[in-house]
Unconditional design. Structure first.
Length: 524
């Protein structure tokens, strides 16, 4: 198997966009699901049942549905781009929209000045937890979160002058966009709902914010009720897709979720290969960088961490003048406390037991990708205050800009530049697909493990992805598959295991599969 190509962003441009911007891991799963949507829209595939884990049904509900990806990806495929190039351009476009939406929220909706707005938008778009998660492309488009926040902010900001129709429109858009977010990347939508509940819970504890919300409900209850109805109606496709999956395979066990609940030290860890801090944090923890659990790297760098601590103090100080800023900061800090563990003890267990949908959250540490939204608001406020403090002193303003620039620089990681050749990937998949006999009604793949080599879970994942791509290229279902979940009784994960062929026969017998089930060996 060819090695990953280490590259920097500029190499993606110099290669003529031949290098896919992300590791050769879950990016291939996302590419497969996007292509499944494209084929399903043409009537060539069953929308709710991608042809993996054959003959299981409803397998689209085993992972994020990626609805937001469908229009741009399908358009690019329709005009002739290949699978990976279409997805690469989609992701690049989404990251541009992330910054635009973040800036619009801060500059237009919250009315910060341009420097605070740019600073907050940069953190919202290019923070370490998000950059390091480049393998999970479904978490990269966060601009829907900014749109939801902007609609809610404008509703409350302009509430006295809004017509009932415009008030309803703003909240209905926010609710509808939330539904799209849930159908694109469930984690981000769910954490937004959880954080909003914490925000409202804290708001009712303070007299000024409680009276403000009560006044809004009293005078705008009809638009609010109408928007709630629109949101609930828009939630139906999500429920239709995922409730059967939840009943069939259940949620994650708490022990699995606890593996990804951050510790205190997790906030010192940046991504593997971080330009500034990866070796330093490894040394501080007295842990070799190669042995650090990067799955819980939720650090945001020295500048952002110090700024967050400072703004947490300022939020309490400004609670009378800026009550909703105070609530924003407190609710993020409360979420951090809830999603924190100490020697396998965590308040997250309460969330896991009581909050609907929490059992579907495995990688709890991903909440920091969402938290970048409210944190960007707080950082914009901090920069605005610092700029006012600088006054007309040029040296102070230059120093502030340099600190902001360093804070942005320390988010980036050279390890996030793992890429692979689109041309080589397409050629390899076409060769494998051509090897599948024409008379197959279904197939499964096999491969040989080199002598004396241990089980390689990443390699097995790639063979599963190969089978899925062969399936969609040839329109022949495969018994193999890989997603967030798998069907009950399916045990074909390790294709180099000695009893793999036995398990294949058991699956065929258990599911009553008939016809010509082909065996395809992957030898490259």
């Amino acid at each position: 198997m060819r090695k990953l190509v280490k590259c920097k962003t500029r190499q993606q441009f110099s290669s003529g966009f031949d290098l896919f911007p992300g590791p050769r891991g879950d990016t291939r799963l996302i590419a497969y699901l996007c292509e499944h949507w494209y084929q399903a829209l043409q009537g060539k595939e069953a929308l709710l049942s991608p042809s993996m884990f054959y003959p299981a049904k409803g397998t689209l509900g085993y992972s994020d549905a990626l609805v937001l990806f469908v229009p741009p990806y399908s358009l690019l495929r329709g005009v002739g781009y290949d699978i990976f190039t279409a997805l690469a351009f989609t992701v690049i476009g989404f990251n541009f929209l992330n910054f635009v939406a973040g800036f619009a929220l801060l500059y237009n909706a919250l009315r910060f000045r341009w420097l605070p707005a740019i600073t907050g938008a940069m953190f919202f778009t290019f923070n370490n937890p998000k950059i390091y998660g480049s393998d999970h492309l479904q978490l990269q488009p966060v601009w829907l979160l900014a749109i939801i926040a902007a609609c809610v902010v404008v509703f409350f900001r302009d509430r006295p002058s809004l017509t009932p129709g415009r008030a309803f429109g703003l909240l209905a858009v926010a609710g509808s966009v939330l539904d799209i977010q849930l159908l694109t990347a469930f984690y981000l939508g769910w954490f937004l709902v959880l954080w909003s509940a914490l925000f409202l819970g804290l708001a009712v504890c303070f007299r000024r914010s409680r009276e403000f919300l009560r006044d809004a409900l009293r005078h705008r209850w009809r638009p609010i009720l109408g928007a709630v109805a629109v949101t609930v109606m828009g939630l139906l496709p999500f429920l239709i897709l995922y409730l059967p999956t939840l009943r069939e395979v259940g949620g994650w066990p708490y022990t699995m979720a606890l593996r990804y609940v951050p510790e205190v030290r997790s906030y010192l860890l940046m991504g593997d290969g971080n330009i500034v801090w990866s070796r330093v944090t490894g040394a501080i923890l007295r842990t070799p960088v190669s042995e650090v659990d990067w799955g819980r790297c939720v650090g945001i760098g020295m500048v952002s961490t110090v700024a967050w601590l400072a703004v947490s103090v300022l939020a309490v100080r400004f609670r009378a003048r800026r009550p909703f800023l105070t609530l924003t900061v407190l609710s993020v800090n409360l979420l951090i406390v809830l999603a924190l563990q100490y020697h396998d003890h965590s308040l997250w267990h309460v969330i896991y037991k009581l909050v609907p949908g929490a059992t579907s959250i495995r990688a709890v540490s991903r909440f920091m990708i969402f938290a970048a939204l409210p944190m960007s608001v707080a950082f914009a406020f901090a920069v605005e205050q610092a700029w006012q403090w600088c006054g007309t002193r040029v040296s102070a303003r230059v120093a502030l800009v340099l600190v902001i620039a360093f804070g942005a620089f320390e988010q980036f990681s050279s390890g996030a530049g793992d890429s692979y050749s689109i041309r080589a990937e397409n050629g390899r998949l076409q060769r494998l697909a051509a090897k599948l006999p024409a008379d197959c009604t279904a197939f499964y793949v096999t491969a040989r493990r080199p002598d004396n080599q241990p089980f390689d879970s990443f390699q097995n994942q790639q063979w599963m992805h190969d089978a899925m791509f062969i399936s969609i290229l040839r329109h022949v279902p495969t018994l193999n598959g890989r997603s967030g979940k798998s069907p009950p009784g399916w045990a074909l994960r390790e294709i180099t295991a000695p009893d793999y062929e036995t398990k294949v026969r058991e699956w065929i017998q258990q599911r009553g599969i008939s016809g010509n089930v082909c065996r395809l060996e992957i030898d490259e």
